[in-house]
Design a protein around this ligand. Structure first.
Ligand code: GDD
Length: 420
């Protein structure tokens, strides 16, 4: 029997995802029609012998409860949300809830960062883990560019054995282009190792008076993985499957495209196919929630997700975008590389357009660059356009590379601005 832990962080994390995370916790932001971490849950459910998923984070319980109930019903397995009383870091929660994780004596457990998207090779990862003699941890790794690798955990390996011989979290200079994807398989024997890190911190603080008061805060990467490198107990499975972080709103458009593509082979029923009269024209891939209403003269795609209760008027054109629940796009409007927030309204003949921030297609293994909002001159970097919830865009206006905070009634065309 297997278990999985999804690390979802809390309200203070995911700040680069604003304003989209202002009205919904980032782990529940819909990508390709499903809350971000539902893709993790689905990958776990597909394993068959995975009995329990524990979401660990520090969001208030009320924000996760409905999702947890829905998931239990849909996937018919035990799913629980365990709330940290304070941010405990990427390993502090594992240690704090260790009894719950060990309960039932699982053969191993997965740990998955909640802010990544991937074609998760979980079965392969577990098979690989089992084959390694004495493995405490197996990390899913992937190749990045030399420059981008500095933003991730970097690993040096023994090519013959796949053992991780050196691990540095976000190094300041080049270590390796093999990076940590934030997906792991752990054996239960890892707990004594975490306990040692925990006890050493307690000791340091209470006996020697040094260190931090937050002794329960443990960073998996620096305090557990780095010391395990070179001990013969940590291995890496390198994958070439699609994988990306979801740190900025721009990466949601990129992730949306890839999850829609995966649907083609795994869940074709989730992709819209025009059938008979009354359907709109699409350029694949497009997901339309069954409760949305789309005028037959609208043209959607490629890479568009339309949420529940959305209304799309006549002659509307949308591509590379996510339209969230209950938004309205009125007739003849155009939406490109944008996210339209919950309950927002785009008036007729309007143009809402953003600039894609995809990985550089000319660089092998390039990942998304999580560019900051402003460049060194204090000017806004071109980005996708994002409307927070309940924003109103008047008819016949243009919105280009803008970020609009919730509940704004715009009155004019705007370019390269953040509307607070
Ligand atoms: N429960 C809980 N979750 C947390 C906490 N802090 C972070 N997390 C969750 O843990 C994941 C990783 O968080 P970050 O601390 O933001 O790390 P990172 O910059 O994304 O880097 C990590 O992921 C990379 C791959 O995406 C790795 O390359 C890197 O080595 C590292 O593991 C996210 O899903 C985040 O929500 C915490 O205190 N408590």
């Amino acid at each position: 029997m297997l278990k999985a832990i999804i690390l979802i962080g809390g309200p203070q994390k995911g700040t680069r995802f604003r304003p989209l995370s202002l009205d919904i916790p980032k782990p529940l932001f819909p990508v390709a029609g499903l809350p971000l971490i539902q893709h993790h849950v689905e990958a776990c459910a597909a394993l068959g012998n995975l009995k329990e998923i524990l979401l660990i984070g520090f969001y208030p319980v009320a924000q996760l409860q409905e999702f947890v109930n829905d998931m239990q019903k849909q996937y018919n397995m035990t799913i629980k949300y365990l709330q940290e009383f304070i941010a405990l870091g990427t390993a502090g929660g594992l240690y704090h809830f260790r009894d719950q994780i060990r309960y039932g004596n699982p053969d191993a457990f997965f740990v998955m960062n909640g802010d990544i998207c991937a074609d998760f090779p979980l079965a392969e990862l577990y098979r690989f883990h089992k084959q390694q003699n004495k493995a405490l941890v197996t990390i899913m790794g992937t190749e990045a560019t030399r420059q981008q690798s500095l933003n991730y955990g970097c690993m040096v390996t023994n090519k013959d054995t796949n053992e991780v011989t050196h691990y540095v979290e976000k190094p300041s200079s080049y270590v390796s282009t093999l990076i940590n994807c934030g997906i792991y398989v752990f054996s239960l024997d890892v707990f004594p190792v975490i306990a040692e890190a925990f006890n050493a911190k307690q000791e340091e603080y209470y006996r020697n008076g040094n260190g931090s008061r937050d002794t329960g805060y443990i960073q998996l990467e620096q305090e557990i993985l780095s010391p395990l490198a070179g001990t013969g107990k940590m291995f890496v499975l390198q994958t070439s499957n699609w994988w990306s972080q979801l740190k900025t709103a721009g990466s949601a458009i990129y992730a949306n495209r890839h999850y829609l593509e995966l649907y083609k082979t795994r869940y074709p029923e989730r992709l819209y196919t025009p059938s008979g009269e009354g359907g709109c024209a699409i350029i694949p891939d497009v997901h339309i929630d069954p409760t949305a209403s789309v005028h037959p003269t609208a043209v959607l795609g490629p890479n568009v997700s339309i949420g529940p209760g959305v209304s799309i008027g006549p002659g509307v054109r949308i591509r590379e975008s996510i339209i969230l629940a209950n938004a309205t796009v009125e007739q003849r409007s155009l939406v490109i590389y944008s996210i339209i927030g919950r309950g927002s309204r785009v008036g007729q003949w309007a143009r809402v357009e953003g600039t894609p921030s995809d990985p550089d297609p000319n660089k092998p293994f390039a990942k998304m660059d999580n560019v900051s909002l402003f460049n060194s001159d204090g000017r806004m970097n071109p980005s996708i356009t994002i409307l927070g919830c309940s924003v109103s865009v008047p008819s016949e206006t243009i919105l280009l590379n803008c970020i609009v905070l919730p509940n704004k009634e715009l009155s004019r065309s705007i370019k390269n601005e953040i509307i607070l």
